[in-house]
Design a protein around this ligand. Structure first.
Ligand code: HEC
Length: 145
């Protein structure tokens, strides 16, 4: 492992550790992981197990490629919990509870001040990139044309 990688790992490990400490409900305030995203996806279909390789819209794929695939590619890297590459990936349940889709989790985290995605040690989304995500979430994260 290169030196740069080792430093990155330490930063990430600290981030994950701190997050696990702080997700208790009483610690929640504005900007926590539990915040709903701006593009409110309620009213969208619930998560569904889907398999396939349907692309997401090109504009979204472009942002994901630049900002997220370092870790959330297919396969994942750096302990990222899921791939965020295909439309099926984003419509899948975020975890076994089936309560939330992956894109709803994305909506939450790209607006989180305390636990943003990309992680705080990485270059953050521009307002334009966040707006593009929000418009897509508001539309229930449809596939590309
Ligand atoms: C440097 C690696 C890295 C990058 C870049 C990155 N992530 Fe993550 N992501 C992680 C790790 C590690 C976790 C698990 C720890 C956590 O939840 O913070 C995670 C968790 C998540 C989760 C699960 C959140 C939850 O609460 O269930 C989502 C959604 C997510 N990332 C979306 C994104 C999106 C969207 C981008 C790009 C805009 C992105 N990530 C960029 C490493 C990364």
């Amino acid at each position: 492992m290169s030196r740069a990688h080792a430093v990155l790992w330490l930063a990430l490990a600290a981030l994950v550790a701190c997050e696990q400490d702080e997700v208790a409900p009483e610690a929640a305030d504005s900007g926590t992981m539990d915040d709903a995203g701006a593009g409110d996806p309620s009213g969208c279909p619930p998560p569904m197990e889907r398999t396939g390789e349907t692309p997401v819209p090109a504009e979204i794929a472009d942002i994901l490629e630049r900002r997220c695939w370092l870790c959330h590619g297919d396969p994942v890297a750096m302990y990222a919990p899921m791939s965020i590459v295909t439309w099926e990936h984003v419509q899948a349940p975020r975890d076994e509870s089936g309560q939330e889709t992956v894109y709803e989790a994305i909506a939450r985290r790209v607006h989180s001040e305390r636990f943003p995605m990309p992680p705080i040690t990485f270059e953050q989304l521009t307002p334009e990139e966040r707006d593009a995500f929000d418009a897509w979430f508001a539309d229930c994260a449809p596939p590309g044309p």
